[in-house]
Design a protein around this ligand. Sequence first.
Ligand code: SF4
Length: 238
Amino acid sequence: MLPPFMDPFFYLLGKAVFAVALAVLAAAIIGAALIAYSFKTGHFFMARIMLTFVSLLESLIKAIFRTFGADDAIVDDVGVRLRNYINQEKFKKVPKDERAIFMPQCLRAIDCPAKLTPEGLRCVNCGKCGIGTAKAYAEGLGYRFFVAPGSGVIKRMIKKYRPGAIVGVGCIMEIKEGVDLCHRYDIPAIGVPLLTSGCISTELEWDRLYETISDGKRSAPDHEGGAGEMVEPSEAKS
Ligand code: SF4
């Protein structure tokens, strides 16, 4: 029953706003539940719908995680894994010699001797960090390999070489931006997040990178995140 002092239009508007807010909250709760399930099991249920939830309702879903005392970084982590999951089929169809890898400069050793060039930092495989081993292995598979000091180099190299698929290593925010950028260029991209973020001496789960670039067929060549045993290109190509 409409109160006598209330305008019918505003009454209906209020009801509509309340209904929409309730629907959004319900969608965020469902999204949060799906994300928690995916994080726990590694299975993605309705991946594209989940990604829409994550993209549109990210702040609300994170707030729900915090309300229940859960780490809201799970939302970002699942967001990256969802993008990878959705892109992986297209990614694997691209021959390795048409793909490119972009590594962040923060993974380098502090006393890295690599020189800056128009195509990023030129790693000389000095053995002080894991990038040199990864470069040798990836180039052996046919990849173009870049150590990018910023997104400007990435955009330039994409325009110059037009890779058919991309592997990007970085912090979660960089990966999210990078995958969105690749989506605009219609390039399937897989993100491999760093274990730690920061400007120097970051860490990476190298096995995950090697698994990604070899389409899940092998793990890392022997190395300790620094000087590594070189994998011969002929072996890497097998
Ligand atoms: S291996 Fe690492 S520290 Fe050495 S040149 Fe390459 S990026 Fe720099």
